[in-house]
Design a protein around this ligand. Structure first.
Ligand SMILES: [Zn+2]
Length: 249
């Protein structure tokens, strides 16, 4: 062919190229028609060969470990944005594992962390106190504290019982879990003699032998009372109290 013809027919594919294109289209149509069957087969194949593929990968990995790690290091160095993306996504999807990671790291380095924290605190004490004071005195912070106190009444009262127990040196301790168990043991009813009122709405944790009279803060010295029974009992000696109800002579 001469030069003119070459230019004229440049856009028309040779018969070889045309055949390739035709085959490609046929194949594509085949894939489209059998999409579901192929997907099912792939899935089944992956399931069936899972173990041998993973074993083969392990062998391959051991053989190519150094190259692969070097490549990964290089890739990370060249793609800091992508690394950060992956990291952020992982953190978002694995809050528990992240917490666990920090928890482990903390316990491992507890000693050096506490030394560092203390040193930092003493070096910057005034600034830290000032910052905390400012942060705690905003109306939002006050409201937040109020809400927290309301939402964590159980814990606050638990702490109050502990504080009293320390003051009277009474020994023994209990947890909120113990209170919940007690609630179940009492089947949600007041433990006051002859009361049996429901305490599902409100109850007071009462020391059977009052702390002020040498009672312990242990769970075995606790009972849940309805507000009326608790008020009636207050800090009276239980024997005197029960006598006043005509229960003991
Ligand atoms: Zn009662």
């Amino acid at each position: 062919m001469n030069e003119v013809n070459d230019t004229l027919f440049a856009d028309i594919p040779s018969s070889d190229e045309a055949k390739k294109e035709h085959d490609r289209l046929v194949h594509k149509a085949y894939l489209e028609r059998n999409k579901e069957r192929i997907a099912a087969y792939k899935k089944e194949y992956n399931e069936r060969t899972k173990e041998e593929r993973s074993a083969a990968y392990k062998v391959w990995y051991e053989k190519n470990k150094d190259t692969k790690l070097a490549y990964a290091r290089e890739w990370k160095k060249n793609n800091p944005d992508k690394v950060k993306d992956v990291f952020d996504r992982w953190i978002e999807n694995n809050p528990e594992r992240r917490k666990e990671h920090y928890r482990k790291r903390y316990w491992k380095n507890k000693h050096s962390i506490s030394i560092r924290t203390r040193a930092y605190y003493f070096a910057n004490r005034d600034a830290i106190c000032e910052r905390e004071r400012k942060r705690n005195s905003t109306p939002e912070a006050k409201e937040k504290r109020r809400q927290y106190a309301l939402n964590n009444l159980d814990r606050r009262l638990l702490n109050e019982r502990r504080r009293r127990a320390r003051k009277f040196n009474s020994g023994g301790d209990h947890t909120l879990e113990d209170i919940n168990k007690l609630f179940e043991l009492q089947r949600g009813k007041c433990a006051g003699a002859n009361c049996k009122k429901s305490i599902k709405k409100e109850y007071h944790v009462d020391h059977v032998v009052p702390i002020a009279r040498g009672g312990s803060n242990d769970k075995y010295n606790l009972q849940l009372l309805c507000p009326t029974c608790n008020m009636r009992k207050s800090a009276r000696d239980p024997i005197v109290h029960n006598q006043s109800l005509g229960l003991l002579l």
